[in-house]
Design a protein around this ligand. Structure first.
Ligand code: ACO
Length: 344
């Protein structure tokens, strides 16, 4: 059988601090009913410590993963970090994570906004499939609160902070990442961007005055494109793999908006109980949404489960992938967290 890249462990990090809809009601002209009905979000996690940022959360997620798998940093060959909120323009966040972990490997960042983790997964898998590497760490991490304008109600209600990580290892029994499709369309740039701080608009007093250091979007345009892009990619991956709705155990969707997720699930013919949803608790954590879902559902996942991952984000970027899950998550949860947690 072909050598595929299987996910063999999952880790996560979420800051303790919560930003609820009630908190936001005190900050901007919004209300809980509007936020919940338009987005599905109740609260988000926020990394308040100004001395910590994306590399810190990514490192914590990686540490949890290594601990669960019983490995050390010396076992990692490659670190990929998907993020649009790197600690700094350079060095790459992957370098900071490597140093913090004490790993001896190489790595780089992948910047594809909300599709970043999906792209990083495809990229990491190639290094396993080719035989170049045995263990690739793929991390999705974003500290969105650092680039969000908390005076702009059209965007500040959507995002939260967090990190998720997966380990890719070789498999020769037909498990792991079996297929993927990826797309970009740069004509989406005007609808979702952060212009300040790049080489076109380097940070100046003017860029700060114009608030170019904050993410901005035309929500309705993004929404329209996301509904079509995410659903099209998910259906395409099902068709390519000959998967029916019955064959799919879970849709693992990017958590941007409950209505985008519902539309994707409907197009795939999936009932609600086959959709991973944690947007209510974390909001949109950009590159972290997919691995955070995998983390939250790990105990439910069984060897052989077919998962369809789908995402859409700034760029525009979008895509989907088909994973045949490689291990019984309940066993890991039982040994790592103890029987009590699994029983809940
Ligand atoms: N609270 C109260 N009212 C609000 C808020 C708010 N937080 N935000 C906007 N409104 C108002 C608008 O001003 C508008 O008022 P008006 O009709 O008087 O002009 C009204 O609500 C409707 O605004 P719309 O933008 O049409 O609302 P919509 O139903 O499209 O929902 C939303 C807005 C939630 C942003 C939606 O368009 C969306 O989710 N878009 C996708 C954006 C996204 O997820 N971006 C993240 C990155 S990309 C990705 O992850 C897919």
């Amino acid at each position: 059988m072909n050598r595929t890249a299987a996910i063999t462990a999952v880790g996560h990090f979420l800051p303790e601090d919560r930003l609820t809809n009630a908190d936001l009601e005190r900050m901007v002209d919004t209300n809980d009913e509007w936020i919940r009905s338009r987005t599905g979000i109740r609260e988000r996690r926020i990394l308040r410590d100004p001395d910590k940022a994306t590399a810190y959360m990514a490192t914590e997620a990686a540490r949890e993963l290594l601990d669960k798998r019983g490995l050390g940093p010396e076992d990692i060959d490659l670190i990929l970090v998907a993020t649009v909120t790197p600690d700094m323009v350079f060095p790459a966040t992957a370098c900071l994570v490597q140093d913090a972990l004490g790993a001896q490997c190489w790595g780089f960042d992948i910047e594809a906004a909300c599709s970043g983790f999906l792209y990083a997964l495809t990229t990491g898998a190639k290094f396993i499939e080719s035989g170049k590497h045995e263990r690739v760490l793929v991390i999705g991490a974003d500290t969105m609160s650092r680039i969000i304008d908390y005076t702009d109600r059209t965007i500040c209600v959507l995002f939260g902070d967090g990190a998720g990580a997966v380990l890719l290892e070789p498999d020769t029994e037909g498990y792991g990442l079996l297929d993927s499709v990826e797309y970009i369309d740069g004509s989406g740039e005007p609808f979702l961007n952060m212009k300040g701080g790049g080489s076109l608009h380097p940070a100046t007093h003017e860029t700060v005055e114009q608030r170019l250091h904050y993410a901005r979007q035309e929500g309705r345009q993004v929404f329209k494109n996301a509904v079509v892009g995410m659903a099209d990619a998910a259906v395409e991956i099902m068709e390519r793999g000959g998967l029916t709705a019955d064959d799919v155990r879970y849709l693992v969707p990017h958590q941007a908006n409950l209505r985008i997720i519902d539309a994707t699930a409907r197009r795939m013919g999936l009932p609600e109980d086959k959709v991973m949803l944690n947007i209510e608790r974390y909001g949109n954590t950009t590159a972290a949404t997919l691995p955070l879902c995998l983390h939250d559902w790990e105990a439910e996942l069984k060897r052989g489960d077919n998962l369809v991952l789908a995402a859409f984000g700034g760029g525009f970027t979008w895509g989907a992938s088909h994973i045949r899950w490689a291990y019984d998550g309940a066993d890991v949860a039982r040994s790592y967290l103890g029987e009590a947690v699994v029983a809940q």
